[in-house]
Design a protein around this ligand. Structure first.
Ligand code: CA
Length: 356
């Protein structure tokens, strides 16, 4: 680590008194992107969010799209140089959205395995810089649970990556709960990363160009996390920890109203299926959820989340390569947080959640 620490210090100004662990960083295999290309060309995917997102990234000649496609697949020295240039010590790596969750079940299971093997090789090449998260295929929940166990026990991964909906289905459906049971038993977190809004949710966003990371990802993923909470997942799996990006996909801002209206809705029996929970919605967000500031390099919002969720619940993330702005890292170090709280945000919370 000594030489890379000096590099980081030189690139990012004065060396801080903590590591910087970026906790929501993306990569992609050639195999998966080729499958995406083929599916787009055949026009077979009944998922307007996928077609919008990957139709852009794989077909646009824009500098943004071409640079991101190149960086997603680059796992060697150029990625390490980008980390050094921005002062990032470690990346927590996850197969980019929607990962395998757009394939048929057999393909999804196979591509999850092959991409996990490939990622494990990358981590072996850069063991002090990369940390792996296991891709799993919710299309086959039993296989997903087995692949998570293989990822953690055999490949050294630190959790699972799930990219929100799977072909329009959400993880509040108990048919997926083998995955949560496995994560709880293995004592590893699940990262609930955005996907484009599902077919049933996307139309008014898509027709206005708001389906992507600008807003649609947050609508999709915040709703998904809330549905996981209100379905009782955390009463069933009280030790489960879910990590969610983009400062909790806006849910921290809603805490007060979520508690009040969830209670009012349950008590009035407006929906027969909405059952009472053991705790308030906000309790689950404080006890079972960690949030990262991926794509939100903005001190006022970070500090609000730290205030309402707790200093131990908010982690640093960059969202490389989708939001690779090296200066952001240095600017955020100028926030009014104490050195001890900066160290929690950039390093200690991530070491605890991912058991580094
Ligand atoms: Ca991301």
């Amino acid at each position: 680590m000594a030489s890379s620490e000096m590099n980081n210090g030189a690139a990012a100004g004065m060396r801080p008194n903590h590591l910087r662990i970026a906790t929501e960083e993306a990569w992609a295999t050639r195999e998966m992107l080729n499958l995406y290309r083929r599916m787009l060309a055949q026009g077979k995917i009944d998922d307007p969010g996928f077609n919008s997102l990957w139709g852009f990234y794989l077909n646009s000649p824009s500098a943004r799209a071409t640079a991101i496609i190149e960086r997603l697949q680059e796992m060697g020295e150029p990625r390490i140089r980008d980390m050094d240039a921005s002062g990032i010590d470690k990346q927590i790596l996850m197969l980019t959205s929607p990962g395998v969750q757009v394939f048929d079940a057999a393909t999804a299971v196979a591509v999850a395995k092959s991409s996990n093997d490939e990622l494990a090789d990358c981590v072996r090449r850069y063991p002090t810089r990369y940390v792996g998260m296991a891709a799993v295929a919710p299309q086959n929940p039993a296989e997903a649970a087995k692949e998570l166990e293989r990822g953690v026990r055999q490949l050294g991964f630190k959790g699972a990556i799930l990219n929100s909906h799977t072909l329009g289905e959400y993880l509040d459906d108990p048919k997926f709960w083998d995955i949560f049971a496995a994560a709880e038993a293995l004592d590893v977190p699940v990262y609930l990363h955005p996907n484009s809004p599902s077919k049933g949710l996307i139309e008014p966003l898509l027709t206005r160009g708001l389906d992507g990371a600008i807003y649609g990802f947050g609508v999709e993923t915040g709703m998904h996390l809330l549905a996981i909470i209100t379905s009782g997942v955390f009463d069933r799996f009280p030790q489960l920890q879910i990590v969610v990006g983009h400062l909790g996909e806006a849910l921290p801002f809603w805490l007060f109203r979520l508690d009040y209206m969830h209670r009012a809705t349950v008590n009035s029996r407006r929906y027969e299926f909405m059952k009472p929970l053991k705790k308030q919605v906000s309790d689950y967000l404080r006890e079972n959820v960690f949030i990262t500031n991926s794509g939100m390099a903005w001190a006022p919002a970070i500090m609000f989340c730290q205030q309402v969720l707790g200093m131990d619940r908010v982690l640093y993330a960059m969202d490389y390569p989708y939001q690779y702005v090296p200066e952001e890292v240095r600017e955020m170090e100028n926030s009014p947080l104490s050195a001890a709280d900066q160290k929690k945000f950039y390093q200690l919370n991530a070491e605890k959640v991912f058991k580094l």
